[in-house]
Design a protein around this ligand. Sequence first.
Ligand SMILES: [Zn+2]
Ligand SMILES: [Zn+2]
Length: 233
Amino acid sequence: MRLFCDLHIHSCLSPCGDELMTPNNIAGMAMLKGLDAIAVADHNCARNLPALSKTCAAMGVLLLPAMELTTAEEAHLLSYFPTVEAALAFSEEIHAYLPPIQNRPEIFGPQQVLDEDDEQMGSEDLLLLNALSLSLDELVKRINERGGAAVPAHINRGNNGLLNVLGFLPPGLEIAAVEVTREIPCRADVSNLRVLHSSDAHYLENMLEREVSYEVAEKSVEALFEYIKRGAM
Ligand SMILES: [Zn+2]
Ligand SMILES: [Zn+2]
């Protein structure tokens, strides 16, 4: 069946994410837009996923657990996981590879961790915008070993898109799919890869409408995850 999705959204945990990007607002907006599934992929941290899994469930929207990692090369790499627990475990694992630089909320934003009522439970102290001291190769390997799916983010857009960082898609990299920004030409040949299109929304109004869909076996997080993961085969 066809699932209409937006698989790259930031919550208020991301320093660049708007403070209105709360678990309830994101889930509510996804429902209003008629989305079947979303993925919230905060920078280098998964701590808002437990609340989002509850608010999305309440709104009848599937939540695919995710993070957007910054590799040592400064490339953005999406990681998708079949469960919130797996994403949280990987979030804790990579936290040790963030540089010990404190966030400055007045400059970068408060990096809020919220509960399912949008009440603040805490905040992330280290600046999540920084690059991890793990290479692209190492992160892809670890994501695969932990049962996740590695998907280079917006490969054709911005200073952090893989094509702009490296100049090419490394052959042999065990990625499941690539995310391509639709509005910009893509100079790499991605015809043999699973291609995802998402909003990378940092504000509620930038989330996708019912406009991008994927043909999956059934309406479930497992089936959506398998669709992405199988892109590698
Ligand atoms: Zn990015
Ligand atoms: Zn992003």
